[in-house]
Design a protein around this ligand. Structure first.
Ligand code: ADP
Length: 498
């Protein structure tokens, strides 16, 4: 009898595998770093063979560590860095170019030209996305236009495109299945989230032959089976979702209005908006949350460019803390920030301010300011930014949050989460398992193969870690939010030297 669900978590900096038992407990995990290649300023690539090799390696390592066999594994769930683009030969399975990573800015100028042509409203209404080089469409076009012979081969039907999930499914099934899930498809800028189909007009706009595109399948669905030689037996591949959507599922945000925030290097917030896409006026993106049993759920997504990265800056840039977790004791050693506000606009400001010319700023310094006040102000800034984005989501979706589920590396910081509860005036929930991305992929797979009968059954297995209740007076909260806004305004327009 199978006892485990296997999550393959393919990220930008590492490939990981976690085996969960059917109660959502981590039984074993294995991880291998994935090299990033920087061929030019602003360009980022991976070697696709390394993506596959490292992912297969960690899966076998995890199984070997506990002596698990293919029969012990009920199903595999895949979650992955989104948007990263790979094109390979249909016959040989060999990539024709490196994977072009989501962060890669090589198509930024082309994206600007699309915006200048006034295409943003059309693209947004079909895909829910802003025109940006993050998304796969312009990366595919770049490969077809720049790799010798690629366009001719694409037109002759000899090539296949896939995001990282699709590349892994293709390799896991020994080249038998060329499919992706709808959450990953929704990040290509080629997928119409209303019709849930590849969009012919967009394929034409980007000059991409349809024969390149994978079949789009639900997030909880049996995609195929692993080639026997890989794990000594066949295992069903039964759950697939992009990393942020998998985290939303892993947090059991199954109902309209449920929100999760990931405090990682950047901050990623998703709200389940139910069976209808909501189009943002404030620069949030609209995306598919998942599709299960023919029912599509949508999400609004907002991100903060700099979140835990500001804590890394305290460590590496300023050298005032030894490591990220030391930020907690430093900040707790003072009773408040002493009036200091920090705006982490290192690369400008995103939603809801959208100012590329804003720059990082500290204000309110006095002779009494110490490094610990600064550390505390940096932690508070993460909570202020999250509050700003949540307020936009609430307004646009017309829902009032009654709690927020959190994960990501910095969610280990209790002071950050207490501040978040204080600013939002709602409780913050940190689950016992903060590996929510992997757990979400595993649960999607478990649902498809009958380990779980329903999302209710999954929700019942969720174990609460810690809960933070709001603990400050309304007038203090308002004063803090007012001062934060004032600080943000002063950081804006700084780098605009015109
Ligand atoms: P990612 O997956 O985006 O690489 P993680 O979810 O692993 O990131 O989170 C890492 C980030 O969290 C780092 O930027 C780090 O500075 C921050 N971080 C980790 N632990 C803490 C902590 N205890 N307090 C505050 N920040 C932390």
């Amino acid at each position: 009898m199978a006892k485990y669900l296997m999550a393959l978590d393919q990220g930008t900096t590492s490939s990981r595998c976690i085996l969960f038992d059917f109660n959502g407990n981590i039984v074993v995990s294995a991880q291998k770093e994935l090299p990033n290649i920087f061929p030019a300023e602003g360009w980022v690539e991976h070697n696709p063979a390394e993506i596959w090799f490292t992912q297969h390696l960690v899966a076998t390592q995890a199984m070997d560590a506990i002596g698990a066999t293919a029969e012990d594994i009920a199903a595999i769930g895949i979650t992955n860095q989104r948007e990263t683009t790979i094109i390979w030969d249909r016959k040989t399975g060999k990539p024709i170019y490196n994977a072009v990573v989501w962060q890669c800015r090589r198509t930024a100028d082309y994206c600007n030209s699309l915006m200048a042509k006034g295409l943003a409203p059309m693209i947004r209404s079909k895909t829910g996305l802003l025109i940006d080089s993050y998304f796969s469409a312009t990366k595919i076009k770049w490969i077809l236009d720049n790799v010798a012979g690629a366009r001719e081969r694409a037109e002759a039907g000899e090539l296949m495109f896939g995001t990282v999930d699709c590349w892994l499914i293709y390799n896991l099934t020994g080249g038998k299945v060329h499919a992706t899930d709808c959450t990953n498809a929704a990040r290509t800028m080629l997928f119409n989230i209303n019709t849930m189909q590849w969009d012919d007009e967009l394929l034409e706009l980007f000059d991409i032959p349809k024969s390149l595109m994978p079949e789009v399948l639900p997030s909880s669905h049996v995609y195929g089976y692993t080639e026997e030689s890989l794990f000594g037996g066949k295992i069903a591949i039964a759950g697939v979702a992009g990393d942020q959507q998998a985290a939303l599922f892993g947090q059991c945000c199954f109902n309209k209005g449920d929100v999760k925030n990931t405090y990682g290097t950047g901050g990623f917030m998703l709200m389940n908006t139910g069976d209808k896409p909501i189009y943002s006026e404030n620069g949030l993106v609209t995306t598919v949350a998942w599709s299960i049993d023919g029912k599509v759920s949508y999400a609004l997504e907002g991100s903060a460019f700099v979140c835990g990265a500001a804590v890394q800056w305290l460590r590496d840039g300023l050298g005032i803390i030894e490591n990220a977790s030391a930020s907690y004791a430093a900040a707790m050693s003072v009773k408040d920030t002493g009036g200091v506000y920090f705006v982490p606009a290192f690369v400008g400001l995103g939603a809801p301010y959208w100012d590329p010319y804003a720059r990082g700023m500290m204000i309110g310094l006095t002779r009494g300011t110490t490094k610990n006040h600064i550390v505390r102000a940096v932690l508070e800034a993460m909570a202020f930014q999250t509050t700003d984005i949540i307020k936009v989501m609430e307004k646009e979706a017309g829902v009032k949050l009654n709690e927020l589920s959190v994960d990501g590396g910095a969610s280990a910081n209790d002071l950050l989460l207490q501040t978040q509860a204080d600013l939002l005036a709602i409780p913050i929930n940190r689950p016992a398992c903060i590996e929510t991305t992997a757990l979400g992929a595993a649960n999607l797979a478990g649902l498809a193969v009958g380990v779980f009968k329903s999302t209710d059954e999954i929700a019942a297995s969720r174990r609460q870690g810690a809960r933070f209740a709001p603990a400050i007076a309304d007038d203090l909260r308002e004063e803090k939010l007012r001062n934060w806004k004032k600080a943000v305004e002063r950081s804006m327009g700084w780098a605009d030297n015109k």
